[in-house]
Design a protein around this ligand. Structure first.
Ligand SMILES: [Zn+2]
Length: 371
């Protein structure tokens, strides 16, 4: 934890000194104070997916629209394309935006290297691999966090993407197992009832996981009469994801960057639904996707889930910024959602996604910056 402090201080010092380098010495002190003050403001982010065929001009227009409306940071998904991220980063930075390298981490749909290794994929309790039997949707192709080769592949991608010049963080997404339980609001869409942990959505029973678990606990989960109440088996899987995150943290910090991640609404919910216990991770910023409509919840639930996560992170150095799903929100609801996040201890809010933000919603975001 001390190292983390040191790193954050260094980042702050570098940011401050690089700003004051070209200034008159007398102005240095004043400017440094202003920089520190700005850094503590409530921060706005947006997720966005890049398309290599678009022109630089069209991206500059998009980035300018965000920065003109109070957005501070963009999380850009380039599908692990470092060249594309390298092309877009200076355009965004020129418009005053921070850039975060957003990447699907354990879920790697269409990953051409991974696809050559069917054994790298997670296996469910029925023995089916997500290489060919994909849970829920065709793009669910999760890699095993335990197997040496698959985790090294993922960490290699993280290293590559976090080396891109000018990015502030590497942003983990799908850093988890497939959903054991889908969000309740999505169940009707899949015509599903999930009253218990169903074998076809319960992963990872691959050879590498079973062997490592047997070595540690001297039992085989496949022989358990009820895997849902085998706490060592659940903890093992939480730990395997944490181990990938903690290794990612070391890698991105060695590359001089921060680690951020999109996670489930609050730690115990994330644990229950997708085997993700993010309050125990080494990570600089978490952006829980507190998408109330996915869970048939109202706007005030955004406040509840934010507060829960903030409390669970007490004593750690991890910041929480609330993720908000904007497509089904009126401008008034968006304002209320941001206030719920702000009043309950979040340091910022991230919007999913940039494309969906309407002019009216952008005006709401902007109004927070002129308060
Ligand atoms: Zn496995």
């Amino acid at each position: 934890m001390r190292l983390k402090h040191l790193f954050m201080m260094l980042v702050a010092i570098i940011a401050t000194t690089s700003c004051i380098d070209n200034m008159h010495p007398k102005e240095n002190k004043k400017k440094a104070e202003e920089v520190t003050e700005t850094a503590t403001d409530f921060k706005f982010w947006t997720w966005m997916t890049a398309d290599a065929s678009r022109t630089d001009e069209s991206y500059t227009t998009e980035f300018k629209k965000y920065s003109d409306n109070g957005i501070d940071a963009v999380l850009i998904n380039t599908n692990a394309d470092a060249d594309l991220l390298g092309r877009l980063t200076p355009l965004a930075v020129n418009e005053g935006l921070e850039v975060h390298a957003w990447m699907f981490t354990m879920n790697r749909p269409g990953d051409s290297i991974a696809m050559q290794h069917p054994e790298w994929y997670v296996v469910n309790r029925n023995g089916e691999s997500s290489f060919e039997t994909r849970p829920y949707v065709d793009y669910y192709q999760f890699l095993c966090p335990t197997r040496k080769e698959s985790r090294e592949h993922v960490l290699g991608l993280i290293d590559k993407m976090s080396k891109v010049e000018g990015v502030t963080s590497f942003h983990l997404d799908y850093i988890r197992f497939p959903d054991v339980f889908l969000p309740i609001g999505l169940l009707p869409k899949y015509d599903l009832v999930q009253d218990e942990e169903l074998a076809e959505y319960d992963f990872c029973y691959c050879d590498a996981c079973i062997a490592k678990f047997e070595e540690e606990h001297h039992k085989n989960p496949l022989e358990s009469h009820n895997t849902a109440i085998d706490m060592e088996w659940k903890q093992f899987r939480l730990n395997q994801i944490k181990a990938v995150v903690d290794d990612a943290y070391k890698i991105v910090h060695e590359n001089g960057k921060l680690l951020t991640g999109a996670v489930f609404p609050y730690p115990e919910m994330a644990d229950h639904m997708v085997r993700q216990r993010w309050d125990k991770w080494n990570i600089d910023v978490v952006l829980p996707m507190i998408y109330n409509n996915f869970y048939n919840e109202e706007i005030d639930w955004i406040g509840f889930a934010t507060r829960q996560g903030v409390k669970d992170l007490e004593g750690s150095d991890t910041e929480l910024h609330t993720g908000i799903y904007v497509p089904e929100m009126s401008p008034e609801q968006l304002k209320e959602a941001i206030n719920q996040a702000k009043d309950n201890g979040a340091k910022g809010a991230a919007f999913f996604d940039g494309n969906a933000l309407t002019d009216e919603q952008l005006a709401v975001i902007k109004s927070f910056k002129s308060e």
